[in-house]
Design a binder for this molecule. Structure first.
Ligand SMILES: [Zn+2]
Length: 237
């Protein structure tokens, strides 16, 4: 009976390890997806910030063009000044030139503001890009680690599965059947040690008579409270 119990205890140990590996493997794709999402979020931030920068640069260029057009208007007007006959027309033309110059000065003020924005934004985008290199590097490493975990986990899993198969063949068929039945009903361990008459599964005190019977190792016994398979650990001589 002791040997038969040992087979079941070993089986349980390996099944527990297999469950833990399976649980760890299940979350690997989720972890990998989370890393992909982190990269995507970062790429979006970089794209958005670059778009804002490009927009300001575009506005700056369009104002720059307007200033140039105004300057050529002023140049033309100045040329025409020499051909003007009346003082009234002359004054009107001077006023027109002055108005365009005032407008250009206003546009140039706005352009100064844009230049400041461009400078600040360019620094920020450069910092984001630098941060991106670090993020990509970290995520590549983390994904590589996950890939290894998956590979190693898969190997362990098949090793445990073949061990479970051979232990299941070695186990007493009747005891294995009961073990499987209890496993379906309880959470956690199926076969638990009892020490000082306390069940290792539910921590309840089992009847003294049952406790003493466990030392006989003559048949399979169950906790009357949690229905787990119970045994006593005996010091080896
Ligand atoms: Zn119990």
């Amino acid at each position: 009976m002791k040997e038969k119990l040992t087979v079941l205890i070993n089986l349980q140990k390996i099944e527990t390890e297999k469950d833990a590996i399976q649980k760890a493997l299940v979350v690997i794709p989720e972890k990998s997806d989370a890393l992909d999402a982190e990269i995507a979020e970062f790429e979006k931030k970089l794209t958005d910030e670059t778009a804002v920068l490009d927009e300001v640069k575009k506005k700056y260029r369009s104002h720059e063009l307007e200033v140039r057009e105004n300057l050529s208007k002023i140049a033309k007007s100045k040329e025409r000044l020499n051909a003007i006959k009346t003082n009234k027309e002359y004054q009107a033309m001077l006023k027109e030139i002055e108005d365009i110059e005032t407008k250009n000065a206003e546009i140039e003020d706005v352009m100064m503001g844009y230049l400041e924005q461009i400078e600040t934004k360019e620094k920020y985008v450069a910092a984001v890009r630098k941060e991106g290199l670090q993020i990509r590097d970290r995520i590549t490493k983390e994904k590589e680690k996950l890939r290894k975990e998956q590979l190693e986990g898969g190997k362990k899993l098949s090793k445990f599965e073949s061990e479970i198969e051979s232990l299941s063949k070695k186990a007493d068929p009747g005891m294995l059947y009961k073990y499987r039945k209890v496993k379906d009903r309880v959470f956690g361990a199926v076969i638990v040690p009892v020490s000082n008459a306390v069940c290792g599964g539910c921590n309840m005190n089992i009847p003294m008579q049952l406790y003493n019977e466990l030392y006989r190792f003559d048949s399979l016994r169950f906790c009357p409270f949690c229905y787990r398979m119970i045994y006593v650990e005996v010091e080896k001589d």
